[in-house]
Design a protein around this ligand. Structure first.
Ligand SMILES: Cc1cc2nc3c(=O)[nH]c(=O)nc-3n(C[C@H](O)[C@H](O)[C@H](O)COP(=O)(O)O)c2cc1C
Length: 240
């Protein structure tokens, strides 16, 4: 099944999802987690990694620009350079919080760079499809957003494969460029840690540790304008 759906170039667009398939999609979305501390050392099989990368490559992109490249990092020396960059950025970050928050910040594990068997840098080539791209004429950042869509596809596909993913953004972009030999013109979008995990937490760690709560969806959905609510909307009761 996995192979069939991936090989078919033009799946039937009318193909409905069965109830089980729908449930599987939502299961994937709701049980996806950012993983930092639970990586296991077993390698990720090439076939699994290939499926995850294909899912990323099938993300939507502005003007079908597909601005992404994927740099797979397995070399411990390269990982150590990236980890050193993380440590520097992490120190700078801690200094930006007030005393109590800084102590709690330092206690969080915010990366799994050395433990995760696979590192993966997703980049954005801002000139990939030439100077004028459908959909990017007014909003230049749409290429960056497209690359982020690839990350999300990857994250969900990995979850379906039982592979944990952790996004490490506490790294200076130029240091990441230097560690991976990424040219100046290419934008690093995400450095991700991938691997089998001992478990997926039921809820985000920042939620369970009391850093921030999940917002109530009903408090951030509006109708016909910024922060407009009529009070009569039946949708609101469905959001609880
Ligand atoms: C753009 C982006 C950058 C992130 N950077 C980091 C990071 O540097 N370190 C970290 O531990 N988590 C990072 N995260 C993970 C978030 O903290 C996490 O997604 C959030 O707390 C919700 O948890 P969940 O992904 O498990 O649902 C990042 C997530 C996103 C989307």
């Amino acid at each position: 099944m996995k192979g069939d759906i991936m090989k078919s170039a033009a799946p039937d667009s009318t193909l409905a999802f069965s109830a089980e398939e729908q449930a599987a999609v939502y299961k994937c979305i709701f049980t996806r987690r950012d993983v930092r501390g639970q990586f296991r050392p077993e390698p990720v099989p090439d076939a699994t990694l290939a499926r995850i990368l294909k899912a990323a490559h099938h993300a939507p992109s502005v003007g079908f620009m597909q601005p992404w490249d994927f740099i797979i990092v397995r070399d411990m020396g390269v990982k150590q350079r990236i980890h050193a960059a993380f440590r520097r950025a992490h120190e700078e970050a801690a200094a930006q919080f007030d005393d109590e928050r800084a102590t709690r910040y330092r206690a969080l594990k915010l990366e799994g760079i050395l433990e995760a068997p696979v590192g993966l840098c997703v980049t954005c080539d801002r000139s990939r499809a030439g100077p004028v791209v459908i959909g990017r004429t007014q909003q230049r950042d749409m290429d960056l957003y497209s690359a982020v869509c690839a990350v999300q596809n990857l994250w969900l596909a990995a979850r379906a494969e039982g592979i944990g993913v952790g996004w490490v953004s506490i790294i200076d972009r130029d240091e990441l460029r230097a560690a991976l030999g990424i040219p100046e013109a290419i934008e690093p979008i995400a450095y991700l840690c991938l691997g089998h995990v001992s478990h997926f937490a039921a809820r985000p760690e920042l939620e369970t540790k009391g850093w921030l709560p999940r917002l109530k969806l009903g408090d951030i959905v509006w109708f016909d304008g910024w922060r407009r609510k009529s009070g009569k909307e039946s949708l609101l009761s469905e959001l609880e």
